[in-house]
Design a binder for this molecule. Structure first.
Ligand code: GLU
Length: 305
């Protein structure tokens, strides 16, 4: 079966799979999402973009942005990032405070909120205009095929309700592992989370990780092959918060999710696949998104294992 047949089959199997989770509401603006939206895009290294469903619907990528900001920081800081953040799965919720005290302000990994906030602190040090640089990065990743922007309403809604993330930043700062002003970090982080994409753009923007750090369409080098390998390893072990083990077990691919309802995964050497479906499970991951990816690797008969 080709990719199109596979995603058509999955779409018809799962298009009525609704009411199985909740749209995120802790950032009020996210609750405006249509719970029924469902779209799948496969982007291949050969340049094919195969889509079905609501793949033109825009959604905020939320935690998926952590992969992009981590890539930007590692590009300039290299291995020194590991003085500030770990690389082990956390086994705790994405916005948990529990481990931080035990581990003296060094977050477990860059893909939970605590770790991503440390990465954003470094981004502010390294880039003169961090928000402009983030937008440039995501538009570069999409080979400038469309204009990717922030969703201002979602960013402002998150900033207004960022009690927990602000607590995380202040707590980490008390251990000396954050340099910049906590409010500046929350503002930058909330804007990076509000990057608005559709499934086609999301799949395309992960192709560099399927291709050793180089964008296959426009040839731009985003990172070293070694970094691409490492970012994939981090996604495999930490990309879905406290559900990362289950995702590796069921799907068998490096992936990253966001509370906006997007989830993306990579088959190195072949493709990236993005799914949008905003109903989330209790871990903050798209229920139908994960189910889709599980069926995708099952029907394809391939994963990284
Ligand atoms: N902006 C969200 C937050 O910090 C991102 C979380 C997520 O997508 O999992 O709460």
């Amino acid at each position: 079966m080709g990719y199109r047949d596979i995603i058509e089959r999955i779409y018809s199997e799962l298009k009525d799979y609704k009411g199985v989770g909740e749209v995120a509401g802790y950032i009020p603006a996210l609750s405006a999402a249509n719970p029924d939206s469902y779209g799948i895009t496969v982007a291949t290294l050969e340049g094919d973009l195969i889509s079905i469903g609501d793949t033109s619907d825009k959604f905020t990528i939320q935690s998926i942005s952590k992969v992009f900001t981590f890539t930007m920081v590692v590009r300039l800081l290299g291995e020194k990032i590991w003085d500030h953040v770990g690389r082990e799965p956390s086994g705790n919720a994405f916005n948990s405070l529990i481990q931080l005290e035990l581990e003296k302000g060094i977050p477990r990994n860059p893909f939970i909120n605590a770790g991503a906030l440390v990465v954003t602190d470094k981004l502010i040090d390294l880039y003169e205009n961090p928000l402009e640089s983030i937008l440039k990065e995501v538009n570069d990743l999409n080979c400038h095929k469309s204009n990717i922007e922030f969703d201002n309403a979602v960013a402002l809604s998150e900033i207004e309700h960022s009690y927990r993330n602000l607590a995380l930043v202040n707590f980490i700062k008390s251990y000396g592992n954050i340099k910049n002003d906590p409010h500046k970090i929350i503002e930058t982080y909330s804007y990076q989370c509000s990057i608005s994409m559709n499934a086609k753009e999301l799949a395309s923007s992960f192709l560099f990780l399927a291709n050793g750090g180089v964008l296959p369409e426009c040839g731009k080098k985003i990172c070293e092959p070694r970094s691409a390998k490492r970012i994939n390893a981090l996604m495999l072990t930490c990309g879905l918060y406290n559900e990362s083990g289950d995702f590796a077990y069921r799907v068998g691919l490096p992936g990253k999710s966001g509370v906006g309802g997007g989830v993306v995964a990579v088959i190195p050497g072949r493709l990236a696949i993005a799914v949008y479906s905003p109903e989330l499970n209790a871990n903050g991951n798209s229920v139908r998104g994960i189910e889709t990816l599980e069926r995708f690797t099952t029907y394809l008969g391939e994963s990284v294992f």
